[in-house]
Design a protein around this ligand. Structure first.
Ligand code: FAD
Ligand code: FES
Length: 505
């Protein structure tokens, strides 16, 4: 096997969530099988286990090793695409219900933390939205108006204790929150296990089959789990070929952490009014320091391969606000699935009686994952959920038809790759650690040169729905621009919806 470079590491990843859990090793029967062990899958499994339901969680990678381990963990009920946009796209009633559900998710985390005395740095703090220098103050006026329409508390102010912002207008949203996501999920896994729930990492699922009286989930190693119901919490759904993928689009997003003297910046969640916005938050560091996390610079997956410039832009932006930053400790990236109306798709699959789904995190994936845990266990138990209607997975947002077409243009324009010239004409052009697309007759090959000099060649055609992958030099992987699959240089699936590796070329 070719030695691959390490992928980037976030600030949380030194915490192991369920190190003792073992891959699925024999056919099993259970009441509910949850595919995917991020914040969504584990929160749902926790609620089910607490109700005494027998639950099994299965994951392709390590437990909680997906996008949740790459988050920056703002627990901000405030729609991060702006309240004015939310009200305009969804109307006042749905927007109010959306905000209430997001706030309920944060309340639920808080109550679970209190109940199990979880040491995960959970705390309530202010969210501060400040005016970007290029924006007009009317942006904030619109937010205040929208907040009033949907009963969100907001206070207006001007002047923040950050360099260059001494007279900047801002909005303050109280009762936001933050935490250490992996410390929290480690505790949830302890509860799930203590209640008899099972956790199986390193067990990729390839197929979910619904029958008259149950569901069969088949892992790549040939082992099956049969259950009464399945919940697909794989971030990007692995089972429905088209249903969700035409209503959401993958965006790559970047984050960095720097040491900062404790107390230099007030503990709050800060973000600006740009689109995509920049944001800042703090987390505990060592030796009397904190870590300041900065993030943003999002772009559509696969559309750019310039992480170095994006990190440089983030660093310049944050050092303008906080010039006395210490050394950089981490830089990493991840992916979010943006939906057309900012809400996730959560509930029973259309045309299904037994398969539930949660997807479409929209940059609020932590709170959306917990919202899913407030909805899906209730639906499974045939109970009403007050939030189910606004997250209905079968909805197609009428007011965003233009965006709907736009997001699908990625898949359409990607078809042109079949006839476009290749990026290189020979693997001799590849330097160590580089990947590029090469033409071989009618087909395209994704070629990568390892540090050892060895060249690995796999098909460039994504095994999900046939788009062409793009090289990501920062994460050293192949990204599919259409629906967000990621593959290692040797073709191994790193992120769905693909379930099959890129075959050797
Ligand atoms: C840099 C960054 C910053 C962010 N900041 C915030 C923030 O401040 N606030 C916020 O709310 N959200 C934020 N988000 C979004 C949020 O972190 C994610 O949306 C959320 O963690 C996703 O959770 P999840 O459970 O849906 O997915 P994941 O955590 O990705 O879990 C899905 C799991 O499914 C597994 N899986 C996939 N396919 C298969 C298969 N075939 N078989 C078995 N298992 C499979 C994966 O291995 C994975 O473990 C951020 C995201 C990023 C990348
Ligand atoms: S992720 Fe759908 S075609 Fe690649």
């Amino acid at each position: 096997m070719t030695a691959m470079k390490e992928r980037s590491q976030s600030v949380w990843m030194d915490v192991e969530v369920a190190p003792e859990a073992e891959p699925l090793s024999q056919d099993t029967d259970v009441e509910i099988v949850v595919v995917g062990s991020g914040i969504a899958g584990l929160s749902i499994a926790y609620e089910l286990a607490e109700k005494g339901v027998s639950v099994l969680v299965i994951d392709r990678g390590e437990i909680a090793g997906g996008m949740t381990s790459r988050t920056t963990a703002h627990l901000a009920p405030i729609c991060d695409d702006s309240l004015a946009e939310l009200v305009s796209k969804r109307g006042r009633d749905a927007a109010r219900a959306f905000q209430a559900s997001q706030a309920a998710a944060v309340d639920r985390i808080e109550s679970i933390v209190a109940r199990h005395e979880i040491d995960c740095e959970f705390r309530r703090l202010d969210g501060i939205l400040f005016l970007a220098p290029t924006d007009e103050e009317t942006v904030l006026d619109d937010e205040v108006k929208a907040a009033a329409h949907i009963a969100v508390d907001v206070m207006r102010g001007s002047g923040l204790p950050l360099q260059g912002l001494h007279a900047t207008p801002y909005l303050r949203y109280p009762e936001q929150a933050t935490f250490h996501p992996l410390k929290y999920l480690r505790a949830l896994c302890d509860v799930i296990s203590a209640k008899g729930g099972r956790l199986h990492p390193r067990s990729a699922v390839e197929e979910i089959e619904e029958t008259e009286d149950g569901v069969t989930v088949r892992a790549a190693n040939g082992i099956s789990v049969t259950a009464r119901h399945a919940v697909v919490a794989t971030n990007s759904p692995i089972h429905a070929r088209y249903a969700y993928h035409t209503k959401q689009a993958p965006y790559r997003t970047y984050a960095m952490a720097f040491e900062i003297e404790r107390g230099l910046v007030n503990d709050a969640l800060y973000w600006d009014t740009l689109d995509p916005y920049h944001y800042v938050r703090l987390t505990g560091g060592s030796d009397g320091n904190d870590l300041l996390i900065v993030g943003g610079e999002d772009h559509k997956t696969g559309e750019d391969d310039n992480a170095v410039e994006r990190f440089a832009a983030l660093e310049t932006w944050v050092k303008t606000l906080v010039p006395k930053l210490g050394r950089e400790t981490h830089r990493w990236s991840g992916q979010v699935m943006d939906t057309l109306d900012f809400g996730a798709y959560i509930g029973l699959d259309a045309d299904s009686k037994r398969v539930y789904v949660t997807t479409g995190d929209s940059g609020q994936g932590i709170t959306h994952g917990v919202v899913a845990s407030l909805i899906i266990p209730k639906l499974i138990a045939d109970e009403q959920s007050e939030y189910a209607a606004i997250y209905d997975p079968s909805r197609t947002p009428a007011k965003r038809f233009g965006a709907f077409v736009g997001e699908n243009l990625t898949a359409v324009s990607n078809l042109a790759q079949y006839v476009m010239p290749s990026e290189i004409t020979s693997v001799d052009e590849l330097k160590q650690g580089e990947g590029a697309i090469l033409r071989d007759g009618l087909s395209k090959i994704a070629a990568y040169r390892a540090d050892s000099g060895e060249v690995v060649k796999v098909s460039a055609v994504c095994t999900h729905l046939g788009c062409h992958v793009k090289w990501n030099s920062f994460e050293q992987c192949w990204d599919c621009p259409c629906h967000g699959s990621h593959f290692a240089p040797d073709g191994t699936v790193l992120n769905g919806p693909a379930v099959k590796p890129l075959p050797p070329a």
